[in-house]
Design a protein around this ligand. Structure first.
Ligand SMILES: [Zn+2]
Ligand SMILES: [Zn+2]
Ligand SMILES: [Zn+2]
Length: 150
């Protein structure tokens, strides 16, 4: 994804929602857009310092991430406690339940779109089991194509 294009779109989205993508929030989003892998808040704080030559406490990184997640620009992977930029920022379609294929070897994450009828069937069988889902996000672990052949 083109970082500049994504940032433009993110700024536009924030404006539409009446919130502001401050320079700091923008830098955090840029860092995630430029990262090949999901990053923890501490890793983001390090990358921020490298990029802007400015120290930032992990607590502030968490607050900025919270904002970016609320705006649908960033996702949190609960299974690894890391963050990544949404791969649909520049898309015009509505965002589905986030689904991720996480490679446990190279840490690459692919944000995928599972057919909505399949998700509906999954939610149905979950509620059939009298279970109330708090987070419908799917995180599937395994090996990516490149790592399977190595
Ligand atoms: Zn997304
Ligand atoms: Zn998309
Ligand atoms: Zn891999």
């Amino acid at each position: 994804m083109d970082t500049e294009k994504a940032i433009d779109k993110a700024e536009h989205n924030c404006l539409e929602h009446g919130v502001k993508l401050t320079p700091k929030r923008k830098s955090v989003l840029e860092i995630l857009l430029e990262s090949k892998h999901p990053q923890s808040a501490y890793e983001i704080a390090d990358l921020y310092q490298q990029k802007l030559a400015e120290k930032i406490p992990a607590m502030s990184v968490y607050r900025m991430l919270e904002f970016l997640i609320e705006q649908g620009l960033v996702h949190k992977l609960a299974s690894t406690n890391k963050f990544l930029a949404c791969s649909h920022i520049t898309c015009t379609h509505s965002h589905k339940t986030p689904q991720f294929l996480i490679c446990d070897n190279c840490q690459t994450v692919n944000e995928i779109g599972i057919d909505s009828s399949l998700i509906a069937a999954l939610e149905q069988s979950i509620s059939d089991n009298h279970f109330k889902l708090s987070s419908p996000q799917l995180e599937l672990h395994g090996l990516c194509e490149a790592c399977q052949t190595n």
